[in-house]
Design a protein around this ligand. Sequence first.
Ligand code: C2E
Ligand code: MG
Ligand code: MG
Ligand code: MG
Length: 284
Amino acid sequence: RAGQSDDPAILFFSEEMNQRAKEHLRIESELRDALANGELMLYYQPKVSLRSGRIVGAEALLRWRHPVRGLVSPGVFIPVAEETGLITELGNWVVEEACRQIQQWREANVIMPPIAVNLSARQFDRGLPQRMAQALERYGVNPEQLMLEITESLLVRGAETVIAIMNELVAMGLALALDDFGTGYSSLAYLKKFPISTLKIDRAFVVGLPHEENDCAIARAIVTMGQQLRQEIVAEGVETMEQMDFLRGLGCDQLQGYLFSQPVPAADFERMLREGKRLAFTGR
Ligand code: C2E
Ligand code: MG
Ligand code: MG
Ligand code: MG
């Protein structure tokens, strides 16, 4: 067996795998408790218009307040949840919690832009439209208040069924955004088959703007493509004024990133809205 090999490389490798498997199991069981114990919460990151500087949307991002480990990032537990199937329950919780929060903001007379939730490809089944409808109804939420962010991996999976489900969601009034765009393989011809109203340029291509030639070319191609398909373009992970200026020059519609705000708890996001926080432009 590998674990008993004399080759130190093999020994190390198998122990590392063993460690990973243990870590994985631990996260899975703790995540189940987290759901039951109310350790999960949503943070909100504003999306701002590159024309007006105003907040025109937000993305709800899952956070786990672990009693011992503190705030655990979704990069750690979402992949585990995806593998174990726990993502379905987690995803349902996210939709419920976003709807509950939207209802609470409405009752407090906060004027809200649409809030986007991330959906895993595994949540995307025939039952999704009905689950969405139930959550919206339970909290009396107008479907225009909610957006769904999906990833390219979904588009390559059984296109016809996926398109049918998407059409159902769109018919209900829910808008669809394609997240992390550019990391998959969607061509213009392919993309136009899907009822997607927003493209989000992945942070990987924003980070090198405006100095990396390849990133500039990719960002430009995505904006051009989106404009031809009449989609809104959101740039993710915008951290600098230079990046913002470059994206505005391309005709990108919105930005989301630390330049304007990190993801924040609901109360902080509400305060930004009430205070009318705006993006400061550089003169260009
Ligand atoms: P994403 O959907 O692409 O979300 C954007 C990620 O970029 C977030 O990471 C956000 O905090 C981060 N980000 C935003 N602006 C900046 C910036 O200027 N600089 C840098 N360095 N990072 C920035 P986060 O919250 O850690 O989430 C990571 C990923 O986990 C998300 O990527 C999404 O794929 C997944 N995720 C988060 N919440 C959920 C959820 O409720 N359901 C599902 N299925 N996935 C989720
Ligand atoms: Mg997202
Ligand atoms: Mg994204
Ligand atoms: Mg991303």
